[in-house]
Design a binder for this molecule. Structure first.
Ligand code: ADP
Length: 497
């Protein structure tokens, strides 16, 4: 049953409300004890009242029992004194008294019904053996008490088998006293207690409602603040320090907000950079074309020179677009990695062969040092991007007669590609930023040699997709060394650099 109620409450939206649950808990904590206290007090009163009534009656009966012996009432029940005493007692307690002799015959019945009859009941027989008995019949509302009528043998009556002072049970007094007056008092008490209880329940309900409302208020403040941010009224971090719990929720939310702001800022910066980078070649093309159009009788050589410049700018635009496409592709999920076992030595040789003509043009020597045969589970296309970008940079940012050295090595878990050059180097303060999109140390120099500022961003993304790391060490005017470390198999993970 309780299970069903809980299931029903869970289905109802209100059952999932913390305010409702608090209200119920406070109500139960107030109402249940008040019901228990009322029931306990009444029960205790009833027990105590029955006990007092029993003890009063027993005392009176003991006195009468002595009188019965004195007046020899068991043999001759004509004594008016005893008769009056019995009458008075039965009237006082609204009860019935039976005096039974040792033959179990009723000598006196205050109701006058059972005189002369024999009574065989367990209580009477036990009492004949000298045991007092008390039975409280709660249902019919009476207490049944038996008291033995005891005679102490005097010196005159003493015999050999019954010395002086022996106590002999001569009969039993069987008494029923009504507990109507106790029941009536109990009824009155119960009624008063119920009134107090109803007032208490009403107060508890009011307090529970108020407390539930007040205790839940900070959570309301949290959702109000979040809504304000959602609707765009404010961007400031929120603060609801009322409870530790609200503080934790708010801290987590502020963390999320900060992250979203950073993402939004970098997205905006990226869009601004992309627009700027794409606009520059177009502006150059426009200027070149317009200056040609503005002149009349332009010599063919000038046309050729301007058209060469225009073609260069278009090629640059094409490179930027290709790099952007590569970056967008790399930003997608890891699932897009096309993993296969790749011979890294062979792949490096192919790439170096492809890049040697550029190196030769720049008078740079490219060397490959293979310390080990490396076969790794990687995406071949992305691995080519990594190698090409690093070696291309090492050639581009080198000096005349410089060298580029590519070293391949591996241990049992990772393989490393080290690309060292003898070029211009990167200033220490710029090392942090070189992986940012469109970042270039020297913008005009980089542009001159055809850089887009996207190469290292693409490289780093590709390395991280392979769960690898990339590190750089550089000295201005002396050269730069990039070290890429990638797990040999897909099961291994390398921390981010
Ligand atoms: P870019 O297309 O301009 O080369 P990258 O993202 O590849 O863009 O590199 C970012 C910047 O880092 C470059 O503009 C350059 O200033 C610097 N850089 C990268 N590699 C080297 C290197 N080997 N030697 C010196 N500077 C380098």
């Amino acid at each position: 049953m309780a299970d069903k109620i809980i299931k029903f409450l869970k289905k109802l939206r209100i059952g999932r409300s913390l305010k409702f649950r608090l209200f119920i808990i406070i109500c139960l904590m107030g109402i249940i004890p008040s019901i228990i206290i009322r029931a306990g007090i009444l029960e205790n009163y009833e027990d105590r009242a029955v006990e007092v009534r029993t003890s009063d009656v027993q005392t009176q009966l003991k006195i009468i029992a002595n009188h019965l012996i004195t007046y020899n009432y068991l043999q001759d029940n004509s004594s008016e004194v005893i008769g009056a005493e019995l009458e008075q007692l039965s009237n006082l307690y609204n009860g019935r008294m039976l005096i039974i002799n040792s033959n179990l015959r009723v000598v006196k019945d205050t109701y006058g019904i059972s005189e002369g009859k024999t009574i065989i009941s367990e209580e009477v027989i036990r009492c004949m053996k000298g045991v007092n008995t008390v039975n409280y019949d709660e249902v019919n509302g009476f207490i049944e008490i038996t008291i033995p009528i005891i005679e102490t043998i005097s010196a005159k009556m003493a015999a050999e088998d019954m010395p002086e002072g022996t106590e002999v049970v001569r009969g039993v007094m069987l008494t029923s006293v009504s507990t109507d007056s106790i029941a009536m008092t109990l009824e009155i008490l119960n009624r008063k207690a119920l009134i107090i209880e109803y007032i208490m329940i009403f107060c508890i309900l009011a307090i529970a409602l108020l407390l539930a409302q007040v205790l839940i208020r900070p959570f309301g403040r949290v959702s109000k603040s979040i809504s304000e941010i959602k609707e765009g009224y404010t961007d400031d971090p929120i603060s609801v320090p009322d409870y530790l719990e609200t503080e934790h929720i708010v801290d987590a939310f502020n963390g999320l907000l900060k992250r979203m702001k950073t993402l939004d800022d970098s997205r905006q910066e990226f869009v601004a950079n992309v627009s700027h980078e794409l606009k520059t070649p177009i502006t150059s093309v426009k200027v070149l074309a317009e200056s040609l159009l503005a002149q009349q009788d332009v010599p063919a050589e000038l046309y050729q020179e301007f058209m060469k410049d225009i073609a260069e700018e278009i090629e640059r635009e094409d490179k930027i677009i290709n790099d952007l496409l590569a970056i967008v592709k790399l930003d997608k999920s890891v699932a897009e990695l096309n993993i296969s076992a790749v011979d890294i030595n062979e792949l490096t040789e192919i790439i170096l062969k492809r890049l040697r003509p550029i190196a030769r043009k720049n008078n740079v020597e490219v060397l490959l040092v293979s310390k080990r045969e490396v076969v790794a589970e990687v995406d071949e296309v992305k691995m080519s991007l990594i190698l090409t970008n690093l070696v291309e940079n090492a050639i581009k940012y080198n000096r005349e007669q410089g060298t580029v050295e590519v070293t391949l090595d591996a241990d049992h878990q990772f393989f490393t590609i080290q690309v060292s050059d003898t070029g211009i180097g990167i200033p220490q303060e710029c090392l942090e930023q070189i992986y940012e999109r469109f970042y270039r140390v020297d913008k005009s120099h980089s542009r001159e040699i055809g850089g887009t500022g996207l190469g290292l961003a693409i490289t780093r993304n590709a390395v991280l997709l392979h769960r690898g790391s990339i590190k750089v060490d550089s000295k201005e005017g002396e050269g730069t060394t990039f070290v890429v470390k990638i797990p040999l198999t897909r099961g291994l993970t390398q921390t981010k650099s």
